[in-house]
Design a protein around this ligand. Structure first.
Ligand code: AMP
Length: 181
């Protein structure tokens, strides 16, 4: 299955993406994790991306799309993947369509995790990641509502909506049931 997970920062996408990818036996591809790995290894992509992550801004799509194109072409992603944090704009969604078309495939579903804004701020402050200071969190939420939320409409027809409030296992059971697993 080729799946995209959508939801605001702090919605628990990463946690659910790991569990879903384990269940489906396909890799979890997180663009945030890929950027953080590049930053810690000081690769050219990492050096370029760091200032955007630090500010909670989106890394330019040329860089992001190229990184995703390379990752989904790896052999472990041949039978599917769970994409977490990509696409984040309608332009990236269009790029993804092209990337998948080139390898003769397409998305099967988009899972939208719905969580109230107060809950996501609370969760992010609790996790204490480098880009989890209050003003950076506020910026990431603004970027989400302006750039990423329109994807729910863009993917109309593919979207499966799941309530993201509750225990990890409970949300996971809902997500798998919604995906028919
Ligand atoms: P995440 O781990 O998904 O919360 O992403 C952390 C940060 O990585 C974001 O705030 C962006 O700076 C960057 N990032 C992750 N995914 C993307 C993407 N699809 N497009 C642009 N920037 C991204």
């Amino acid at each position: 299955m080729r799946l995209v997970l959508l939801g605001p920062p702090g919605a628990g996408k990463g946690t659910q993406a790991v569990l879903i990818s384990e269940r489906l036996g396909v890799p979890h591809i997180s663009t945030g994790d890929l950027f953080r790995a590049n930053i810690s290894q000081e690769t050219p992509v990492g050096l370029e991306a760091k200032k955007f992550l630090d500010a909670g801004d989106l890394v330019p799509s040329e860089i992001t799309n190229r990184m995703v194109e390379a990752r989904v072409a790896e052999p472990d992603a041949e039978n599917g993947f769970v994409l977490d944090g990509f696409p984040r704009t309608v332009g990236q969604a269009e790029a993804l369509e092209g990337i998948l078309q080139n390898i003769g495939t397409k998305l099967d579903a988009v899972l939208s995790l719905v969580v109230d804004e107060d809950v996501v701020v609370e969760r992010m402050l609790a996790r204490g990641r480098a880009d989890d200071s209050e003003d950076v969190i506020r910026n990431r939420l603004r970027v989400y509502s302006e750039e990423t939320a329109p994807l729910i409409k863009h993917y109309d027809g593919l979207v499966v909506t799941v309530d993201g409030i509750g225990e990890v296992e409970e949300v996971n059971a809902r997500a798998l049931a919604a995906l028919g697993h």
